[in-house]
Design a protein around this ligand. Structure first.
Ligand SMILES: Cc1cc2nc3c(=O)[nH]c(=O)nc-3n(C[C@H](O)[C@H](O)[C@H](O)COP(=O)(O)O)c2cc1C
Length: 179
């Protein structure tokens, strides 16, 4: 499986970044992480049929098109999706690379809710974009803090690692259905 990951956190020591890296460690295949922080703010004037997309947007679209599946890992901000991640998805709405693309949405939070609002909102947006949201691959990870080793910046909690392994397995199976 060629997997492209998108993170909703730009923070250097992001807990979601640690979850993302831990999930990618479990992938049998090639992986890449999209640079969503490099994208300009979405502007439909730059997105028309005659417009040349900004280079970071073109790079994102090429990477999504080349991927068999997408993994989105994100925190929740104010019961919503971080702007940087919604911005990335907005650039992909009309260009179509997400259509029928298998996607897993994982949210991690220091709170018991596991980022449930952001998780639900991301899934709804991706469904609207006709992405193939693999429900069994989606996860909400509560109380993430102690589940990560701050030295390796990887998940060490066995139950969370097992859930991530299962998630990646479901995503890989979803990507095979389409080939
Ligand atoms: C502006 C702001 C709003 C937040 N709102 C929420 C929230 O609604 N729900 C939640 O679970 N955590 C919320 N948090 C806490 C984040 O989950 C926490 O900072 C987390 O570590 C961010 O993810 P990261 O470690 O991947 O950067 C918020 C944090 C910030 C800075």
């Amino acid at each position: 499986m060629r997997l492209l990951a998108l993170s909703g956190s730009l923070r250097a020591r992001s807990s979601n970044g640690a979850v993302l890296r831990s999930a990618l460690d479990l992938v049998d295949g090639t992986t890449a992480i999209a640079d969503v922080g490099a994208l300009p703010h979405f502007n439909p004037d730059l997105d028309g049929e005659d417009a040349t997309p900004p280079a970071p947007v073109a790079a994102l679209r090429t990477a999504v098109a080349a991927a068999d599946a997408l993994l989105i890992v994100s925190p929740e901000y104010a019961h919503g999706v971080p702007g940087v991640l919604k911005n990335a998805l907005d650039w992909l709405v009309s260009s179509g690379e997400c259509v029928h693309k298998p996607v897993a949405v994982i949210t991690a939070s220091p709170f018991p809710t596991g980022g449930d609002h952001a998780n639900a909102q991301l899934r709804e947006t991706l469904r609207m974009m006709t992405g193939d949201v693999i429900a069994a691959a989606c996860l909400e990870i509560p109380a993430i803090g102690p589940k990560i080793d701050p030295t390796t910046e990887r998940v060490t909690d066995e139950a969370t690692l097992a859930a991530l392994r299962e998630s990646i397995g479901h995503l890989a199976a979803g990507s095979l259905r389409l080939t």
